[in-house]
Design a protein around this ligand. Structure first.
Ligand SMILES: [Zn+2]
Ligand SMILES: [Zn+2]
Length: 236
């Protein structure tokens, strides 16, 4: 998710393509908030840094603040070294600022980072974000249903939830359609943005088709633009 064209929550391997498709330069990103250390969320970091170093910010004007737990700094450096050996040390040293506290600011938003229920080895977290107008976005990262998310839903205007697996089995570390339906029906005044979907969303013969969800649970897609504010969510 990209907020205000400058705050990125996680960097998937496809990040550069997604930014280019939406006419956004990698140098516009001021803050990167990490939810957890699975490849689909962080393997885009080396590409992002490489692009800033050699293409979008050759002069080294912009800084990137990376918000993460302190034990993630070494992981991130390792990912960058594996991807581009002996290439990114300098850009990391000179142009990255590490922000390790569990609450802080990211260019117009205040946030609180909180633990969620996902593969424990990935240090999984979500973010409760509030902008200067009082709009509250709950970004839950990857997680199964859990108390830390439930507690924060009543104070949020929009809730971003993953739906990583289909119904039919027990998956404690992900939401299934039945979990989304239960959660969204209980809080029918809230808007749920459903992402990370196992379903293809297209009329193809491979994969799963989109499940039907309550009307306050919007199945979002890559590249879509949303206006989020206290009065509601509009798709552009
Ligand atoms: Zn994950
Ligand atoms: Zn994931």
């Amino acid at each position: 998710m990209l907020l205000d064209d400058r705050i990125l929550i996680d960097a998937p391997p496809t990040i550069l393509h997604q930014l280019q498709t939406n006419n956004i330069s990698s140098s516009q990103i001021t803050d990167l908030l990490i939810t957890h250390w699975h490849g689909d969320h962080v393997f885009g970091l080396p590409f992002l840094l490489l692009d800033r170093r050699f293409i979008s910010d050759r002069e080294g004007v912009s800084r990137l603040r990376i918000h993460l737990h302190s034990n993630g700094i070494e992981r991130m450096k390792k990912i960058c070294e594996l991807a581009f050996p002996n290439t990114l040390e300098q850009v990391i040293e000179e142009r990255v600022e590490w922000i390790v506290n569990d609450s802080g600011h990211a260019n117009g938003w205040d946030y609180e980072r909180f633990p969620v229920k996902h593969t424990p080895e990935t240090d999984p977290h979500g973010y409760l974000l509030r902008d200067s107008n009082g709009f509250v976005l709950l970004h839950t990262g990857d997680s199964g249903p859990c108390e830390t998310i439930e507690q924060r839903i009543p104070n949020s205007h929009a809730i971003l939830l993953e739906m990583g697996v289909p119904d039919g089995d027990e998956f404690p570390y992900h939401h299934r359609p039945e979990d989304i339906i239960r959660t969204a029906s209980k809080e029918s005044q809230k808007t749920f943005l459903i992402t990370h979907s196992y379903a293809s969303g297209k009329e193809e013969k491979v994969g799963f088709s989109m499940p039907s969800l309550p009307s306050n649970a919007i199945q979002i897609e890559d590249g879509q633009l949303y206006n989020l504010d206290i009065s509601g969510i509009q798709i552009e």
